[in-house]
Write a protein that binds this ligand. Structure first.
Ligand code: SF4
Length: 197
């Protein structure tokens, strides 16, 4: 039975899709179908009620995080609906972990649609430049993908209370250059562990 909601620490993670707008070479989906003993391979994409029922199984969490085996913002309408309901029912913090390409996917700036219902957006910057980004993430948008990620971070930082730009800890990446870029875009910076499954 696929997992729709799973706790890590005081955060409750929501798995709403397996689709993604990137094909990262380090993606955990390639390594394992489970994460923290949860099967995150979905048979079908869950409905609003399916996600809300999954959240109700848990009573003690400080935030919900849209982050499963896919890009949650490909389900933008569901994310907005769930985020709003979570705010109303649980008065808790809402975070989205994203590849930052939603504005390219939708052809518009979607960040204003998240204002007031999302407290934090963590964007996978993943690289200091477009060539490295393409080598690691294989964006279907080509080098425009990296430009879009940087623009997304900058736009989000102007409207969302907390914006984090992150990279995966890989030997080939220049952490200092990535950090300088993240800070210049108005975000804080985080290095994520490389998970091997
Ligand atoms: S953006 Fe995330 S889910 Fe999508 S391919 Fe990359 S690592 Fe995997």
């Amino acid at each position: 039975m696929p997992t729709l909601a799973y706790p890590i620490g005081n955060s409750l993670y929501l798995n709403s899709t397996n689709r993604c707008s990137n094909e990262c070479s380090f993606c955990i989906k390639i390594q394992s179908r489970s994460f923290h003993k949860n099967d995150l391979f979905l048979d079908t994409e869950p409905s609003f009620n399916g996600i809300m029922d999954a959240i109700e199984e848990f009573s003690d969490f400080d935030e919900v995080v849209f982050c499963g085996y896919g890009e949650s913002l490909l389900r933008l309408d569901l994310v907005k609906q769930v985020a709003e309901a979570v705010k109303q029912r649980y008065c808790t913090r809402v975070r989205i972990n994203t590849d930052g390409q939603a504005n390219l996917v939708y052809g518009r700036n979607i960040i204003p649609e998240l204002v007031g219902i999302v407290d934090c957006i963590s964007v996978s910057l993943n690289a200091p430049d477009a060539a490295t980004y393409m080598r690691l993430c294989h964006s279907p948008f080509g080098t425009a993908g990296f430009t879009a990620v940087c623009d997304f971070i900058r736009l989000a930082a102007a409207e969302i209370p907390e914006v984090i730009a992150s990279i995966v800890r890989l030997p080939s990446l220049d952490v200092d250059t990535c950090k300088a870029l993240a800070l210049s875009l108005g975000a804080s910076f985080r290095v994520r562990s490389y998970y091997r499954g």
